[in-house]
Design a protein around this ligand. Structure first.
Ligand code: DX5
Ligand code: ZN
Length: 216
């Protein structure tokens, strides 16, 4: 399977999200990545259910919802109602991760687990066969437009090895600082999903940039 591209709407125009969502509908983007930040797990607040539901009203592509919030268990059904197709939680924010993953799947969503840059891949060993996506953070979460952390390459290789060894069907996503300078290497090392915010929305022609990322 060739890789997927998931533009991050965090880098879109919040005063006109409909326009950006419709642009993504017309583009070769596979999913729309939506970042939810609570101001506690990460030092920033993005938006919540009403905005996600508004994005969902216009989106024709799956919503890949990345929760940067503590105790996500409280809101799993609310995210489903607001339109999430995939729900990604942070391993660092979940005390009972297995239970959280089961609850996400019970709601009929794909379940993903995100790892902060400092979190070792081997923490996934006991959960890798239960999840649909591993999201490797290649920046410290909380903000768009940060510099890609080089150690991520090694973590992608380690995740790929773990997936092969365990027979898991999980996809590997990479999130943060992904652009045309590092995307080919990420795919080569085993990334299945490129999440890209500023490199897409900050470019002069986002539709072309998405097509270029897709064609790598
Ligand atoms: C960071 C978010 C990312 C962010 C990526 O906390 O999880 O999804 O939107 O943005 P760029 O591509 O600009 O680093
Ligand atoms: Zn994200």
């Amino acid at each position: 399977m060739s890789h997927l591209v998931a533009p991050s709407i965090l880098a879109g125009d919040f005063a006109n999200l409909r326009k950006d969502v419709e642009m993504l509908n017309r583009s070769e983007a596979d999913w729309i990545h939506v970042d939810i930040m609570d101001g506690v797990f990460v030092p920033n607040i993005s938006f919540g259910f009403p905005v996600l539901a508004a994005i969902n009203r216009y989106a024709s592509k799956p919503l890949d919802v990345h929760l940067m919030i503590i105790k996500p268990d409280r809101y799993i059904s609310r995210f489903k109602e607001a339109g999430a197709n995939h729900l990604i939680v942070h391993i660092e924010a979940c005390t009972h991760l297995h239970r959280t993953i089961q609850a996400i799947k019970h709601e009929g969503m794909q379940a993903g687990v995100a790892l902060n840059p400092h979190t070792a891949v081997n923490n996934l060993e006991a959960i890798i066969c239960d999840i649909d996506q591993v999201l490797i953070m290649s920046v410290n979460p909380g903000f768009g437009g940060q510099k890609f952390i080089e150690h991520t390459y090694r973590k992608i290789e380690q995740t790929r090895n773990l997936i092969v060894k365990s027979g898991s069907k999980a996809m590997i996503g990479v999130d943060g600082g992904v652009d045309l300078s590092n995307a080919s290497k990420l795919i080569e090392l085993g990334a299945d999903v490129l999440v890209a915010g500023s490199s897409v929305f900050g470019s002069s022609n986002p539709i072309n940039t998405i097509a270029t990322l897709k064609a790598l």
